[in-house]
Ligand binder design. Structure first.
Ligand code: C2O
Length: 535
């Protein structure tokens, strides 16, 4: 195992997309940012130097951070931000993980442009559990706003309404040809006939769950969120913000060009505008075709069955070498309602503002990092009364009772080291049912069950998959339905859980678990590094 050193200079640089130029916040002047390479077992040191006017933090999304919660990155949860002109060294070791993850800013909406891939190769000499691909390619999906992204969210917070949607989606930073603006093909994926490629797909978009397709080609899913899966073939990949998916692409005995497309998954059909689909090109080397073969079956818009089918196909590999260690019993059985609501707002033009909550608690960001408050016993920063259930039971996918208020609070749920936890994430239909990709920091979890309507604690557990459910760090809660996850609290620290649609996080759809130190074990949180930023 090695120690790998990286330097991330956070700098502003001008980029031109959709015929307009704006300054964006980047790492080392690149968009998407640089790929961080490591092997399982390596220690990674990333010195982040902040040269911009914003406070910055970086999160290593999906990295377990065993005993190194100080390096996790969410602002005011595990650290105070790195202020302009300051720096911080993120220091962590990659244990028991291999595959693709992503890093991204974890403050304000900076992750719109401040993100990149994490590629974790298996230990030297350890093969993949599938044939070695000829080449590996990182494919990052994103979103682009013509205007300044911080201005977009600030305006929405002032009005109490939803922010403007993005102007385009991107594949490796490019939207592809845009009518009336550019005829550039965007990202080009060059392949040799007969060879197999591994695409490391990452959804770095702020607010959109995406479908990914390549005309005329099937994809074999082999890994999600840095966990191997049972391989399966599909022509469409569904990928939520924060999720990663490795697929094998076998180039046929073919020639010419094929369209590669990423387009949003929406349950409720919206007016389809041209810029919804980002495109790239798969190009067979040596061939001269000038325009790409388009998709016979364009990426679906109102496509719940396609999404459901994809999710149903995901299983952990669960081999001897990579067993699925699903908790068979649970110490904490939690029911979390997740959704949107409306609160009164005297300064908003409509007199109300959209909020989002878990169990009717809309999370308020503290001004001291929760991990510091926990470690140094600083009182008054959070309370540990996060509710295990919604305040009252009702038909969650129907109408919310009028007497149910959303409260504001900085509440955490406390776990003892090694407790097993089941969380049923129940979508609510208060404003509109929505698909919420929920991300848990510090752990992988197993997605043991899923259904539509209200979770039934008497009937549904009998149908749980406790053998080979998919293991991951971000899971979509179906619109108007529920998802059940299980994990073992074997990582002491403070761990954020939130919707990975940035707009929902901003509105308060977030909470944190506190996991106490393992008494009588060596599993305790290490003390903070000396350069940990101060608030
Ligand atoms: Cu990828 Cu808390 O985020």
């Amino acid at each position: 195992c090695r120690v790998r050193h990286y330097k991330f200079n956070v700098v502003t640089r001008n980029f031109t997309r959709l015929c307009s130029t704006k300054p964006i916040v980047t790492v080392n002047g690149r968009f998407p940012g640089p790929t961080l390479y490591a092997r399982e077992g390596d220690t990674v040191l990333v010195k982040v130097v902040n040269h911009v006017q914003y406070n910055v933090t970086i999160h290593w999304h999906g990295i377990r951070q065993l005993r190194t919660g100080w390096a996790d990155g969410p602002a005011y949860i595990t650290q105070c931000p790195i202020q302009p002109g300051q720096s911080y060294v993120y220091n962590f070791t990659i244990t028991g993980q291999r595959g693709t993850l992503l890093w991204h800013a974890h403050i304000l909406w900076l992750r719109a442009t401040l993100h990149g891939a994490i590629v974790i190769l298996p230990k030297r000499g350890v093969p993949y559990p599938f044939p070695k691909p000829h080449k590996e390619v990182v494919v990052i999906l994103g979103e682009w706003w013509k205007s300044d992204v911080e201005a977009v969210i600030n305006e929405a917070l002032g009005s109490g309404l939803a922010p403007n949607v993005s102007d385009a989606h991107t594949i490796n930073g490019h939207p592809g040809p845009v009518p009336g603006c550019s005829s550039q093909d965007g990202f080009q994926l060059q392949v040799d006939p007969g060879k197999t490629y591994m695409l490391r797909l990452i959804n770095a978009a702020l607010n959109e769950e995406l479908f990914f397709k390549i005309a005329g080609h099937q994809l074999t899913v082999v890994e999600v969120d840095a966990v191997y899966t049972k391989p399966f073939k599909t022509d469409t990949v569904l990928i939520a913000p924060g999720q990663t998916t490795n697929v094998l692409l076998t180039a046929g005995r073919s020639s010419g060009k094929y369209l590669v497309a990423a387009s949003p998954f929406m349950d409720t059909p919206v007016v389809a505008v041209d810029n919804m689909t980002a495109t790239a090109t798969l190009h067979y080397s040596g061939s001269l075709a000038t325009s790409a073969t388009t998709l016979t079956n364009p990426p679906p818009q109102n496509a719940t069955p396609v999404a459901t089918n994809f999710m149903d196909s995901l299983r952990s590999l669960n081999s001897k070498q990579y067993p699925a260690k699903v908790p068979q019993t649970v110490d904490h059985s939690l029911l979390f309602s997740v959704g949107l609501g409306v609160n009164p707002c005297s300064t908003c033009p409509n007199g109300s503002r959209v909020v989002a909550d878990i169990n009717n608690v809309s999370f308020v960001m503290p001004t001291t990092a929760l991990l510091q408050a926990h470690f140094f016993n600083i009182s008054g920063v959070f309370t540990d009364d996060f509710p295990a259930n919604p305040p009252i039971a009702y038909n969650y996918t129907g109408t919310q009772p009028a007497n149910l208020q959303t409260i504001n609070g900085t509440k955490v749920y406390r776990l003892r080291y090694n407790d097993t936890v089941q969380v049923v994430l129940q979508d609510t239909g208060m404003i509109a049912p929505e698909n919420h990709p929920i991300h848990l920091h510090g752990f992988n979890f197993f997605a043991v069950g899923r259904g539509l309507g209200n979770y039934n604690p008497k009937k549904d557990p009998a149908k749980f998959n406790l053998v080979d459910p998919i293991e991951r760090n971000t899971i979509g809660v179906p619109s108007g339905g529920w998802t059940a996850i299980r994990f073992r609290a074997d990582n002491p620290g403070v761990w954020f859980m939130h919707c990975h649609l940035e707009v929902h996080t901003t509105w308060g759809l977030k909470m944190a678990f506190v996991v106490d130190n393992g008494k009588g074990t060596n599993q305790s949180l290490l003390p903070p590094p000396s350069d940990l930023p101060k608030c």
